[in-house]
Design a protein around this ligand. Structure first.
Ligand code: 2AM
Length: 513
């Protein structure tokens, strides 16, 4: 190689897209000794970045894709961090003419997993490798260590492994929160589930807050203390920690800022995608669904304002628990403390249900899309760096790794459901009384707890050997001749009854045949 060629092809990786995530990932890569060449559609942003944030680093600016590609070592690694959707496809087509066989295109944005699967196929058909990777942790994570969930062309992994693991978050000293997830869209699918679970976790915290605020009339300072306490126990997590800090934040006038924020939630779609996927695969992911719908209800602010004047319900205040009633106040405070513990237990038990449902969905997706997902490894990836990071995920990893698995016969035994793991079903058992008390009290007091209650309903359904679906099948057979199976006959034998005496013997499956 000539001296000139050597200086030209000096960069380890290229990154396209200088929005906030892109910039922070680039700086993170630079910190770890990688040379990054950067490009952005609006090229003035390249100059701004090089002159400011990247000043004094080894980061190289490029003003065209051609110039960027020419600076890369082979096989070339080009990572895109641009808006999900059509821009990714456009960019792929702009990059490809400059590549050679074996070069690797990486999408680190929030792409839909089916788009990623399609792009893997497309790039591989042209002789290139493609990686679709989830990156979670927001701005801070991208800068100092995100959780990275890569999937796509398996042969690309050895080439990107070192750089991804170097820049990722670390737990237990030096274990990276980044492992190969699986083929085609697996990385983006797991990131989607992460986001769905994030929706659930946030909703659960909001329900706990709502009961404390409206049922117990606690102010932001008092709730700040509760969340600070919770963060020291099994709920220890990033989301509880930021909730603690949010509740302590004062506006310019010294009053809690949280009380001044309009109660209408936005969403970008990954929660919805999770629910859509659950519908397609027939998996009850009820808690995340309630979390998505709760954001939808919150967005109906004007309607809710009108409805609040007409639709009556009980008073939310839970009498005798506010500690403000004067009489027996010491006793009330004790009762209130116990009630707050029940809220904690409701949140914790519901959270276990939510993760159990999330894992059920991943298991169904793995079967459908032919992925070999490493469930313990996924929990490890989420342990640090990302928004749902928590102590709790360490326990999930243990459960799936078999160290505390339901069946101790073999470490290789696959845990069917998180709820069947010894540790988790023990925790649910311990929290159950408080959980039921909160759901029942909230129902009586008219305080909405959709996630707490759907979690409990799911728990009670899942542990039922018999559900009322016998009646449902009778109804279906009655009006649509859809047939039913019998408890006194082998599975797979179908029966039809002429329920009214007017119908025929023909079942709907006969019509369909
Ligand atoms: P821009 O700065 O030129 O707008 C987040 O929006 C990032 O995605 C930005 O870096 C933005 O570039 C980039 N982006 C959006 N649409 C794009 C497209 N069609 N092609 C390339 N980059 C795009």
């Amino acid at each position: 190689m000539t001296q000139q060629a050597e200086t030209k092809s000096q960069a380890d990786i290229a990154l396209i897209g200088l929005a906030v995530m892109g910039q922070n990932l680039i700086l993170n890569m630079n910190d770890h000794g990688y040379t990054v060449v950067v490009f952005n559609r609006t090229t003035s942003k390249v100059d701004d970045f090089i002159a400011n944030e990247a000043k004094g680093t080894n980061i190289i600016g490029a003003h065209s894709i051609e110039e960027m590609v020419a600076k890369l070592k082979r096989p070339r690694k080009i990572m895109m961090l641009v808006k999900a959707g059509a821009p990714v496809d456009e960019l792929i087509d702009q990059i490809i003419p400059h590549l050679e066989k074996g070069d690797i295109i990486i999408d680190g944005g929030n792409s839909f997993f089916e788009d990623t699967a399609r792009r893997v196929k497309y790039c591989e058909s042209k002789g290139f490798l493609y990686v679709g990777t989830g990156v979670s942790g927001g701005e801070e994570g991208a800068r100092h260590g995100p959780s990275i969930m890569p999937g796509g062309s398996p042969t690309a992994w050895p080439f990107v492994k070192d750089i991804f693991q170097a820049i990722s978050a670390k737990v237990d000293g030096d274990t990276p929160c980044c492992e190969w997830v699986g083929e085609n869209g697996a990385g983006h699918y797991v990131k989607m589930i992460h986001n769905g679970i994030e929706y659930g976790d946030m909703q659960l915290i909001c329900e706990a807050y709502n009961i404390m605020k409206n049922g117990l009339e606690m102010d932001a300072d008092e709730m700040h203390q509760v969340f600070a306490e919770w963060n020291k126990g099994e709920l220890d997590s990033y989301l509880i920690e930021i909730t603690r800090d949010i509740l302590a934040k004062k506006d310019d006038d010294g009053l809690p800022l949280v009380d001044k924020i309009l109660d209408t939630a936005g969403q970008k779609g990954t929660g919805k995608w999770t629910v859509l996927s659950s519908q397609e695969l027939g998996i009850p992911i009820t808690l995340i669904a309630e979390a998505v719908y709760s954001r939808c209800v919150s967005a109906l602010k004007d309607e809710r304002m009108k409805a609040s004047k007409k639709l009556k319900g009980p008073r939310a205040l839970i009498a005798g628990l506010t500690g403000k009633s004067g009489v027996n106040s010491q006793k009330n405070l004790e009762k209130k403390k116990k009630f707050v513990q029940d809220i904690h237990d409701a949140l914790y038990a519901s959270k276990i249900i939510s993760y159990a449902q999330g894992y059920m969905l991943m298991r169904a997706a793995a079967k459908e899309y032919d992925w070999k997902l490493n469930y313990g490894g996924i929990a490890l990836m989420w342990r640090g760096g990302c928004i749902i990071r928590s102590r709790f995920l360490g326990k999930i990893k243990e459960a799936f790794d078999g160290s505390k698995s339901f069946s101790k016969k073999s470490a290789k035994h696959e845990l069917d459901n998180l709820l069947l793991d010894d540790y988790f079903h023990g925790e649910i058992k311990r929290c159950q009384k408080g959980w039921r008390n909160i759901v029942a009290t909230a129902a009586k007091k008219g305080i909405p707890v959709p996630a707490f209650s759907t979690a409990l309903a799911f728990y009670d359904q899942y542990r039922s050997a018999v559900l009322p679906a016998n009646l449902l099948q009778a109804q279906r057979d009655y009006f649509g001749a859809h047939t039913y199976e019998r408890i006194d006959k082998p599975r797979g034998e179908f029966f039809h009854t002429d329920w009214t005496g007017h119908g025929g013997d023909t079942s709907s499956s006969t019509y369909n045949a």
